[in-house]
Design a protein around this ligand. Structure first.
Ligand SMILES: [Zn+2]
Length: 251
């Protein structure tokens, strides 16, 4: 279900059932000369859409497009990247999360397909959303259970199971889980064979392979891209999302 298409009674039912709520993040970033600026956003959203199709009870929020692209790959001038500083994202993310909690959601999952190679340490967009999520939960607990909540009997076992308020908002890496019999390589890149393949699988009309710029090291492998490989990676990403939100993923 897409949140903005839901009626209030459906929102109430989703809260009652505590279904997973997904917030897909995006970014607008230069992806060499042959791929669209929304590549990372499209990849994330496509995987989420696959999950929604198989589990229509899942609530999908509108994608947040304005992540921290950074200018690591290319300067924005005449190239297109839109950079929002992470410190400016934090208050926006806090307001989104605070509203989600006030609506009643307690099973919120955020996904991103941009700069996730150092996910344990974090990168600006996911760190901004993680900081915001933690901040909002601490605020919520202090305003609802009072300062000193941690020391009360009610929270004596909050680390386990359903009693853990820090599970209300979770930030996940973009895990690709390929089936055992899949012969494709589980890999990721920036505008190389993986992302070129993914866009070919989704929007073949947006890929212009003859524009691959061989002076850009990261784009060269794009020449070997195929829609079949992209389909396998996107399907693997959907399986990764399913695993992260608590669904069983078959081999
Ligand atoms: Zn990318």
């Amino acid at each position: 279900m897409y949140y903005v298409k839901m009626l209030p009674y459906q929102v109430r039912e989703a809260i009652e059932k505590n279904v997973p709520v997904i917030l897909p993040l995006g970014v607008i970033e230069y992806h060499a000369e042959h791929l669209p600026l929304g590549t990372d956003s499209f990849v994330c959203m496509n995987a989420v859409e696959r999950v929604e199709k198989r589990h229509p009870e899942v609530v999908v929020f509108p994608q947040f497009f304005y992540g921290c692209a950074s200018y690591a790959v290319a300067a924005p001038e005449k190239n297109g990247s839109i950079q929002v500083d992470c410190k400016n994202l934090i208050p926006v993310a806090e307001d989104i999360f605070r509203s989600m909690l006030r609506v009643g959601f307690r099973n919120i999952h955020v996904f991103i397909a941009h700069q996730t190679e150092e996910f344990d340490q974090g990168m600006p967009t996911d760190l901004a959303f993680r900081t915001a999520g933690r901040h909002v939960i601490f605020d919520w607990l202090e305003s609802h259970a009072g300062e000193g909540w941690w020391g009360t009997e009610k929270y004596s076992n909050y680390y386990s199971g359903d009693n853990n308020p820090f599970a209300w908002i979770q930030m996940h890496p973009f895990d690709v889980i390929l089936p055992k019999n899949c012969t494709f390589k589980n890999d990721a890149d920036h505008a190389g064979i993986c992302e070129t393949s993914e866009i070919m699988a989704m929007y073949p009309e947006l890929v212009e392979k003859d524009r691959i710029d061989n002076s850009l090291w990261y784009a060269r492998t794009g020449i070997d891209a195929s829609a079949e490989y992209g389909e396998a990676l996107l399907e693997g990403a959907a399986r990764g999302i399913e695993a992260n939100i608590g669904y069983k993923v078959e081999d």
